[in-house]
Structure formats: structure tokens, C-alpha cells
Design a protein around this ligand. Structure first.
Ligand code: ATP
Ligand code: MG
Ligand code: FE
Length: 334
């Protein structure tokens, strides 16, 4: 079974061809990072226009690199939410047009289910159940993946997403956009104990996260230095901030796995690319007899391979979307 996957929810225009839900025949990703860098974040209108320009060339390249034509494709999987509405509509419209003209089935995919599915590509033998930490630009969810299409949210952020916190702090310390990879890099040279930042833990045994207090604490620290005329030690602030984020992500995710009695934790979303999160989740989980899985860096951030993969499992379960499928910017999981 061959799926053509299409993703355009934010600032990556991407198309893929996925075989049997497990093998990547192609995964073309055109990132707009350089385009949005000078604005310090993604500008929705610019993103939409760039998607319009790139969507067909990217789809054609994905087919070409896979060595297939539209005739060989069994279904078209496309992200329909959550994301930026104007950006989503570009991929969705292209997918519908292809489905309509070829008569092939259309399968709408939840972007976050796509992030989770990236693990099925990385580990062709992986099967549910497992606990997945989805940490990205817009989400920080601990999800029990009960089956390929059944998800239970065990915890989530009550304010900022983890990736959003990385991006905001990066901007505040002058490193720029996108924040995650830059903070990751500078943190490696800093002392994570240099500055004491808060780790929010809710008292009711909840597995939820909160990152807005941490963000404020970092901003307060920067303001204090500015007032006293002291120099900001960027690696130290980056390392101390990153440690605070990683500590709570690791702690809550392992607690969730233990509560549910599962022996596998998967990481997903852009923040899953974080080197410290990967290594600390692995070493802490190991002590509890829990295995940690994470996709290659390129499968952590937005890509169409993960969308094609998620679409495959939905297609197998009989899901078909109609031509009335619309973009849902605030689509919820589960
Ligand atoms: P969502 O998936 O919630 O809709 P998104 O698609 O914008 O949001 P992703 O593409 O999954 O998010 O991830 C981008 C986020 O990941 C950004 O916030 C970025 O800073 C963060 N990120 C990327 N690499 C790293 C890293 N090495 N360390 C920490 N964060 C990272
Ligand atoms: Mg992106
Ligand atoms: Fe994403």
C-alpha cells in the first residue's frame, strides 16, 4: 500500500510517499525558516503564500524521488489540523484536487497523531500500547497510545507549550528563531546549575505542565542583570532553562508510564529533537525498566512522512474523508 502524505500546517511544505505505513520512499521538506527568521517567528500570511508556491513542486518531487506516479498511489493523507488555517488550506486543497481528479481516497490526518506516528517509521516493529510525550511548538501532551487510533491524554500544558517556551527564551536572550536548536547548542557549553529556575509540579497528582512561570523567571533574571549592568552568560541561562524544562518533561512522562504500567516511552514533536531530553529520558527511564524511543531529528519536526504513516493506519481502519473536509485550526486530540 502506498500513501502520498502532505503536510503544510505551519512553516514546512512537505510531501512524502510511504510504503505499508512503515517505510519512507521519499520525504521532501521545504522549510521556510530563513523566510521567517527576520520576523522572529512564523508570519501566517507569508507562510500561506510560500506554501502556494511550493506545494505542487514538492509533491511532484516526492513522487519522483519515490519512483512512482499518482497511478501507483492508494490514498492521499493530508494534515487538516491543528495549525495555521491559511497554511493548512493549501495542503488540503492540493490533496483534495489530487483525490478528486484521480478518484483515489482522501484521508484527513491529525497533525499530532502524525508526530506520534513518526515513531512507527523509526521502529518498524513498534506497536501500541506506549506512552508518548508530544512536545512541540504548540503542544506539550503526555498521551497513552492505546492502539493505532485510540489516544488518551494523561497530561498537558496549562499555558505555554515546551517548544513555545524554547522559542520565547531564545528570543529574550538574543539567540533568535527557531529557539530550540539554538538553546540546545548553547546549553551544551553552559552550567545547568548556574541559575535556579522553578519546576512547576501541580499538587493534585496531575501530570500537567506549566511553563509560563519558568518563562517569567528567566525574563526576571535577564531584567535584574540589565539593571545592575551585568553581562548575561548565555550558555548558563540556556543550560539552566533547558534543565528546568527537561526535568519536568522527564519526571511526568515516567510517572505516566508507571501509572499505566507500560514499558515503552516514545518522544515526538520538535522538542523531541532536544539532545538533553533524549539522553535524560533514556537514562532515567532505564532505572525503572522502561525503554525510550525517539525518531531521527528530521522526523521530530514537521514532515509529511509522519503524516503518510498516520494516514496509512487510518486508511487500514477504513477511514475516508469527504470532499467537504475542512481545515480545523484548533483540532483536539482524542
Ligand atoms: P505543533 O506540532 O504543536 O503544531 P509545530 O508544528 O510548530 O507545532 P514542531 O515543528 O513539531 O512544532 O516543532 C517545532 C518546535 O520544536 C519549535 O518550538 C522549536 O523551537 C522546537 N525544537 C526544535 N528543535 C529543538 C531542540 N533541539 N530542542 C528543543 N526544542 C526544539
Ligand atoms: Mg516548523
Ligand atoms: Fe508539528
Amino acid at each position: 500500500t502506498l500513501i502520498l502524505g502532505i503536510e503544510s500546517s505551519c512553516d514546512e511544505t512537505s510531501a512524502s510517499v510511504i510504503k505499508n505505513g512503515r517505510y519512507i520512499l521519499s520525504n521532501v521538506i521545504s522549510s521556510q525558516i530563513d523566510l521567517h527568521k527576520k520576523y522572529g517567528g512564523v508570519v501566517p500570511e507569508i507562510a500561506s503564500r510560500k506554501h502556494v508556491e511550493l506545494i505542487m513542486p514538492v509533491i511532484n518531487q516526492a513522487l519522483e524521488e519515490a519512483g512512482v506516479t499518482l497511478n501507483d498511489i492508494d490514498a492521499i493523507g493530508v494534515t487538516y489540523g491543528p495549525g495555521l488555517v491559511g497554511a493548512l488550506l493549501v495542503g488540503l486543497t492540493a490533496a483534495k484536487a489530487i483525490a478528486f481528479t484521480t478518484g483515489k481516497p482522501l484521508v484527513g490526518v491529525h497533525h499530532i497523531e502524525g508526530h506520534i506516528a513518526a515513531n512507527y517509521l523509526q521502529y518498524p516493529e513498534l506497536e501500541p500500547p506506549f506512552v508518548c510525550l508530544v512536545a512541540s511548538g504548540g503542544h506539550s501532551h503526555i498521551v497513552l497510545v492505546e492502539s493505532y487510533d485510540k489516544f488518551e491524554i494523561l497530561g498537558q500544558t496549562r499555558d505555554d507549550a515546551a517548544g513555545e517556551a524554547f522559542d520565547k527564551i531564545s528570543r529574550a536572550i538574543g539567540l533568535g528563531y527557531p529557539g530550540g536548536p539554538l538553546i540546545d547548542k548553547y546549553a551544551a557549553q553552559g552550567n545547568s546549575k548556574a541559575v535556579k529556575f522553578p519546576r512547576v509540579q501541580f499538587e493534585d497528582g496531575s501530570l500537567d505542565f506549566s511553563f509560563s512561570g519558568l518563562k517569567t523567571a528567566v525574563l526576571n533574571h535577564l531584567n535584574r542583570l540589565e539593571q545592575t549592568g551585568e553581562q548575561v552568560n548565555i550558555p548558563d541561562v540556556a543550560a539552566s532553562f533547558q534543565q528546568a524544562v527537561v526535568d519536568v518533561l522527564v519526571k511526568n512522562t515516567i510517572r505516566a508510564a508507571k501509572q499505566k504500567g507500560v514499558d515503552k516511552i516514545a518522544l515526538a514533536g520538535g522538542v523531541a529533537a532536544n539532545s538533553q531530553l533524549r539522553s535524560e529520558m533514556k537514562s532515567q527511564a532505564k532505572k525503572q525498566g522502561i525503554e525510550v524511543l525517539y525518531p531521527d531529528l528530521i522526523l521530530c519536526t514537521d514532515n509529511a512522512a509522519m503524516i503518510g504513516c498516520a494516514a496509512y493506519f487510518e486508511y487500514k481502519n477504513g477511514k475516508r474523508s469527504g470532499m467537504d473536509l475542512n481545515a480545523v485550526p484548533g483540532l483536539k486530540l482524542g
